[in-house]
Design a protein around this ligand. Structure first.
Ligand SMILES: [Zn+2]
Length: 95
């Protein structure tokens, strides 16, 4: 769910072959497409998560009204990398 809208995440075998991209954010459909790991195109679980967050950040920026910032691939990758790292390393402690 993003900004009250259900987001579908779909893995495809042919995304990289067709678009030379590991992921896509389809704004009009509220869908994240990800290249599935294949024997001929291995993608680690970490890389798959990073790809997910990259596309999610595109969606978040657009939902927040910053579509122009969403066009900045370097910014999107930086934020996605930080979010991914935070989630991978966060420890929730009882106090
Ligand atoms: Zn991108």
């Amino acid at each position: 769910m993003l900004a009250g809208r259900t987001v579908q995440v779909k893995q495809r075998d042919d995304l990289y072959g067709e678009y030379e991209e590991y992921g896509q954010w389809l704004s009009d459909k509220g869908t994240i497409l990800l290249q599935r790991s294949l024997a001929a195109l291995p993608i680690s679980a970490d890389r798959l998560e990073e790809n997910f967050w990259h596309e999610a950040v595109h969606g978040i920026l657009e939902a927040a009204g910053y579509a122009t910032l969403s066009e900045d691939e370097k910014l999107v990758s930086l934020v996605a990398g930080f979010v991914h790292q935070l989630l991978k390393t966060a420890r929730f402690e009882d106090v």
